[in-house]
Structures are given as structure tokens and as C-alpha cells.
Design a binder for this molecule. Structure first.
Ligand SMILES: [Ca+2]
Ligand SMILES: [Ca+2]
Ligand SMILES: [Ca+2]
Ligand SMILES: [Ca+2]
Length: 655
């Protein structure tokens, strides 16, 4: 079909030509990676890319990726089985996926793990005593189906197991999980085969680092089938079903890794955060899990520069990273959650650089699906609110100084800096330790005091949780949206707890692609703007202090295809606006608040239209107008849209 003579893998018949051999596995300390696939398929150089970057290696998540095409009238896009040297009991995988032209009318399969030993566990041939086998591939649904917003693709797991309801595999869509065109997503999966004779097989799925599905009662093998294990990563991308696709479908895959010794983890997900230092100047903190390095990109008054901040000795398997002034000295610090043992580590910026210490250990390490920063108690320090979906509780971690807790002796503090998970911290001298040990005496915080702030009757189904000061009293609150009912609930902070009441009910519960918090009418109370791609309409829920009044503010002529919407005050008039990026043309449109509506204008365009993974607002040059920073992983570069008040001046960040 497409240069098949060049293909390295039989069966990859629709990968575009010029495939190269697999790259060598990247060195990835602490994760035993037994195979690294794909990083190296070169996509056709005829793929149109912009001229802003010399982008020979543009089309993958990082460097080159695979572009997969399922032609009109066909089923198959990709099939490749990467067998393990020998069967194992459990395995993890991770890949990145970007839907470029993918609006299926029906469901199909995505990569996953399997134990294929004959013709069974696929094609509606279930496992039999003489032909055992199982599979747990990924699943995609028709665009807009199974609760997905219009234009988005619901995903899940497609599982052949011994208790499946019919001859074909069992399709399980992950709750409230869909992916939209144009942006890259990190998909992870895990399978553990059952103990022979027990129903304890596990399938777990994550999207962008967050667990979306887990079940632990599967039976993949019969008591006698001890030889059946996890045998291969099945890189399968298949439409249907029985009928072929009526339209050509395209997607991209990159960064495929499998592991038999723990989660592979995502590369960029949740590793980039906007930091706002005491001076009010926003900067970008970025974490590289390959090296454990934190760096900070900031404006030095004339140009954008980046500098190295600190290095985590234990680079991998962090669950969340947040930036805020946890120490309370006006400098931004980094807080990182380590889900394996439920610990929070804070890298506090001080006179001698960053010092990392354990600040808290959660008694429950599982179930945390949201960590938001804000000043919930009004203390002037950044705090962390964490939501646990196992019981619907909110916990707020408030920075405290051990001066408040006499049992924290100075000696204990000194040693805490040496206790990063995985290794000891080696880069500081004894005098620096002594200096930093004085921090609590000077009133700066050095640990988290975590307490229960709220308890929701409904633990699950919350699709959006946004921090903001919705009643304008100086203490941050949390707004939570429940798509099934269309209800907004706001948890107002009293300073020591949340009081949660219903603030609004949307008559259209589902189909919203974005909810953004901001003070859109400039009255000092945060509001929420919601975009509905089905109608192209923006609705703004204006806070009255005790409820939302939701009114339409704008209608976009181009309803779908937007990859990013960010809130910020781009013209500096005190009311928040919204900037929207359209990767089809590379255009930035800014919807300026008039106080009662949005007026949308074209503010700039990128010549490299696609491949942007992080687009965040902040006043990066300190002139009072919010700007936008954009990360392009293929080139490893940051670009900043500097607001002029009525347009964007697009400049490259150094580094
Ligand atoms: Ca408040
Ligand atoms: Ca407002
Ligand atoms: Ca504005
Ligand atoms: Ca600015």
C-alpha cells in the first residue's frame, strides 16, 4: 500500500513509508523497560508542517512517531505483536496517542496486553479448554457516543475473559473518559493474570496519569492453565466490528513502552506548571522525569531565559506536581505527591537553592484523583486541596511551621532533608542544612497539617473541580461539576472547612468540553465560563456570591476543532478573557470580556500549527496583561504570546 517494501514489521502494512529500525531503549533508571517500540518510525516528509521550526521530526509526541491510517472501506490500521521473552504474571504499558482525523461512526480497538496462544481471544472466538487465551486491548467508541462530548472519542477496555457475557470480548467504557482531536494523550494500562482457581485478575487503565478504570475480579485462565500469562503487547488499531469504516481515519502513536516491574508513567503529563512568584511575575516550572530535573523559564527584563532549579534523586513515579508559595516567604516552591507511599515532598526555594523534604504522609495513599492549589484558609501561603473518590472527601493540607508543634525537634528537621524517596540528598553542605533548619524558627513552614474539610454524599462522577474565590472573601473555594445531573456545587471555604451548596443546574448536563474559572465581569468574585462545542456557545456562570447566574456570552462560528481554551486578563482591564487556539489554522482568537459578553478577535497565528502540548496563561513579562506560554515537545522549545493589549507578539523562549 504505502511503501510496504520499507517496512520493518510484517503486518504494519499501513504505517507510512520510511520506517526505521526501533531506537534503542532510552535509559530509564528505576524502571526496567523490556521493550521500547516505535519511537523511530519516520512519518512521511510530505506531511505538511509549518516553517517556524526546522521540523523534520515533527510528527511524533517527541521526535518521530507512527501515523496510522485506516482507509475508507477498511478495518485495519496497525497490528503488531511484541512478544515478551517469556510469559509474565503482570505487565504495564504506556503509549501516547493523538487523533488527527478520527471521527469513527462505530467502535474499534486500541493497543493493549494479551495472552494469545491460538486463534482465540479475538474475532469473537472465546477461550476454550483446548485453545486458552485472553486479551485486554484498548477500546474506542463512535465519536460523541457513551457520554462523550460531540467530536470526542470515548475510550475504554475490550476484554476477552472467561466470564465475558457473549462470544465476543466485553466492551467496558471508562467512566467520563474521552479524548479530543489534536492533542496528545498519555494512555497507560496494567494487567495481572488471575491466580489459577481464583477470580482476581486485574485490569487498570490511566489517562494522562490519572486512573480511569480498575477491576480486580477477572478470570483469564483456568486452574490448569498455569502456562497462560501476559505474552505480548498487542499494538492493534482496528475499526469494527463487521462493517468497515465509511471515512478514512488517521491517528498518531508514539512513545510506546512496556514494563514488567512497575508503571512506565507519562513523559510530560502534569510536569509543567505556572509559577507566580512573590513579585507577581509568572514563570514556567518544568519537570523532566527522565532526569529528575526541575527548571524554571522566566523573563529577565529583556529576554526569556531558563535556569535549572533542582534535581529529584528519585525521578519517576510521581503522581502530581504543584507549584506555590508553600513556605510562605514569597518564593515559589514545588510540592510533589508520591502515590506509592502516600507522601508529599516539598522542594522549598531558599537562599541556597532548593531543599527537598517530606512534608506529609497520607494515611490513605489510594483514591486521590484531584490535587488543587489555592489559599483556602486565607493564610497567605499556598495550600493543597485533595479529593478522594473512594469516599468523596476533601482534605486540605496547610503549611505549618514546626514552631507550632514542639515535638518537631530541629535535629529531626535536619535529617528530613536527606530522606527523599529512593536516595539521599547530597548537594547541600552542613552549614546550609543548619541554615535551612532555622527556617521554622524564622516562621517559615516546613510541614503540612492535613485535615478533613468536606464530605460529599456523591463520591464519583465529578468531571470538573476548579479552585477559585467564588464569593470574593479572600479565601479560595472549590466548584465541582457533576455531568450526569448537570449540577454545580460550590464548596465555600470558612477558613477551616468547606460548606457545600448547589449553585446552579445546567439544563444540558453533558457535552461541555471546557470549564474555566475566572472573574469574567471583574466584580471580585470568580465565575465559570463553559464551552459547548455542539452549539459553539460560551456560557458564563456569574457568581452572585451564593449562586451562579448562567447566561450566553458568545457563539463561535467554528464550533469544533479547538484544542485549547485558557482564561486570563489579556488586555489588562480587570476582567478575565478567554484565548482559544485552533490547530487547523494555527490561529489564536481572544474573546475579550465586555462585562456582559465576549467580543472575539484574531490576535495572532502560529506557522507550526500542531504538536503543542502545554498552553498556559500568565503575565510572563510583568506588564500587567496576561500572556500565553506554549510548549512544543518535538523541538523542546517554549514560545510566548506576549500580549500587546490588542494582539500577540509571538517570541521564542531561550533554552
Ligand atoms: Ca471564598
Ligand atoms: Ca465575577
Ligand atoms: Ca480583560
Ligand atoms: Ca504580559
Amino acid at each position: 500500500m504505502l511503501g510496504c517494501e520499507n517496512l520493518q514489521h510484517p503486518g504494519d502494512e499501513l504505517i507510512r513509508s520510511r520506517a526505521e529500525p526501533f531506537q534503542e531503549a532510552k535509559s530509564r533508571p528505576r524502571t526496567s523497560v523490556i521493550a521500547l517500540l516505535i519511537s523511530a518510525f519516520l512519518v512521511s516528509s510530505t506531511t505538511p508542517v509549518g516553517a517556524q521550526e526546522a521540523a523534520a521530526s515533527f510528527d511524533g509526541y517527541s521526535d518521530t512517531g507512527v501515523e496510522v491510517t485506516i482507509p475508507k472501506g477498511s478495518f485495519r490500521g496497525l497490528t503488531d505483536k511484541d512478544r515478551f521473552p517469556e510469559g509474565v504474571e503482570e505487565a504495564w504499558y504506556r503509549y501516547y496517542i493523538q487523533l488527527t482525523n478520527f471521527q469513527p461512526k462505530s467502535s474499534g480497538k486500541l493497543p493493549g496486553l494479551s495472552g494469545l496462544y491460538s486463534h482465540t481471544a479475538r474475532g469473537c472466538f472465546p477461550s476454550g479448554p483446548n485453545s486458552p487465551g485472553w486479551s485486554a486491548r484498548g477500546l474506542f467508541g463512535a465519536a460523541g457516543s457513551n457520554g462523550a462530548p460531540e467530536g470526542e472519542i470515548p475510550i475504554g477496555s475490550y476484554i476477552y475473559h472467561l466470564n465475558q457475557p457473549g462470544r465476543c470480548g466485553e466492551a467496558i467504557y471508562w467512566d467520563d473518559t474521552s479524548i479530543r482531536p489534536d492533542r496528545w494523550y498519555c494512555v497507560e494500562g496494567y494487567v495481572k493474570v488471575n491466580t489459577p482457581g481464583s477470580a482476581d485478575g486485574v485490569v487498570t487503565g490511566w489517562l494522562d496519569g490519572t486512573e480511569r478504570f480498575s477491576r480486580s475480579n477477572f478470570v483469564f485462565r483456568r486452574p490448569s492453565e498455569t502456562h497462560v500469562g501476559v505474552r505480548e503487547l498487542w499494538l492493534d488499531i482496528y475499526y469494527g466490528g463487521r462493517r468497515p469504516t465509511r471515512e478514512t481515519l488517521n491517528l498518531r502513536i508514539d512513545e510506546v513502552e512496556v514494563s514488567t516491574s512497575g508503571r512506565v508513567g507519562c513523559i510530560e503529563s502534569k510536569t509543567t506548571v505556572v509559577a507566580t512568584s512573590g513579585s507577581g511575575l509568572a514563570s514556567i516550572a518544568s519537570y523532566d522525569p527522565g532526569t529528575g530535573d526541575w527548571s524554571l523559564a522566566h523573563f529577565d527584563g529583556s529576554s526569556f531565559v531558563s535556569k535549572s532549579l533542582t534535581r529529584y534523586q528519585s525521578a519517576t513515579q510521581w503522581g502530581s506536581h504543584l507549584v506555590g508559595d508553600f513556605g510562605g516567604d514569597g518564593r515559589d516552591d514545588i510540592a510533589s505527591y508520591h502515590p506509592a507511599n502516600g507522601t508529599w515532598w516539598v522542594s522549598r526555594s531558599g537562599e541556597f537553592g532548593f531543599k527537598t523534604a517530606r512534608w506529609a504522609t497520607f494515611s490513605t495513599k489510594d483514591g486521590w484523583n484531584a490535587h488543587l492549589t489555592g489559599d483556602f484558609s486565607g493564610s497567605g501561603r499556598s495550600e493543597i486541596a485533595s479529593f478522594n473518590i473512594s469516599n468523596g472527601t476533601w482534605w486540605v493540607s496547610t503549611p505549618r511551621s514546626s514552631l507550632d508543634r514542639p515535638e518537631h525537634a530541629a535535629n529531626e528537621l535536619q535529617f528530613s532533608w536527606f530522606q527523599q524517596p529512593g536516595s539521599e540528598w547530597r548537594d547541600i553542605t552542613a552549614s546550609q542544612v543548619r541554615h535551612e533548619a532555622l527556617a521554622p524558627i524564622q516562621g517559615n513552614a516546613n510541614y503540612f497539617d492535613t485535615s478533613l474539610w468536606g464530605d460529599f454524599d456523591t463520591a464519583t462522577g465529578w468531571t470538573t473541580q476548579l479552585a477559585g474565590d467564588y464569593d470574593g472573601d479572600g479565601k479560595d473555594d472549590i466548584a465541582s461539576y457533576h455531568a450526569e445531573s448537570g449540577n454545580w456545587w460550590v464548596s465555600l471555604s470558612s477558613g477551616t472547612g468547606f460548606a457545600t451548596t448547589q449553585w446552579d443546574r445546567f439544563s444540558t448536563g453533558r457535552g461541555w468540553s471546557n470549564h474555566l474559572a475566572g472573574d469574567f465581569n471583574g466584580d471580585g468574585r470568580d465565575d465559570i465560563a463553559s464551552y459547548h462545542p455542539g452549539s459553539g456557545q460560551w456560557w458564563v456562570s456569574l457568581s452572585t456570591g451564593s449562586g451562579f447566574t448562567t447566561v450566553p456570552w458568545e457563539r463561535f462560528n467554528t464550533t469544533t476543532g479547538w484544542s485549547t481554551h485558557v482564561a486570563g486578563d489579556f488586555n489588562g482591564d480587570g476582567s478575565d478573557d478567554i484565548a482559544s487556539y485552533y490547530p487547523g489554522s494555527g490561529a489564536w482568537w481572544v474573546s475579550l470580556s465586555t462585562g456582559t459578553g465576549f467580543s472575539t478577535q484574531h490576535w495572532g497565528s502560529f506557522s507550526t500549527t500542531r504538536g503543542w502540548t502545554t498552553q498556559v496563561a500568565g503575565d510572563f513579562d510583568g506588564d500587567g496583561d496576561d500572556d500565553i506560554a506554549n510548549f512544543h515537545p518535538a523541538s523542546g522549545t517554549w514560545w510566548v504570546n506576549r500580549s500587546t493589549g490588542n494582539g500577540f507578539d509571538i517570541v521564542r523562549w531561550a533554552g
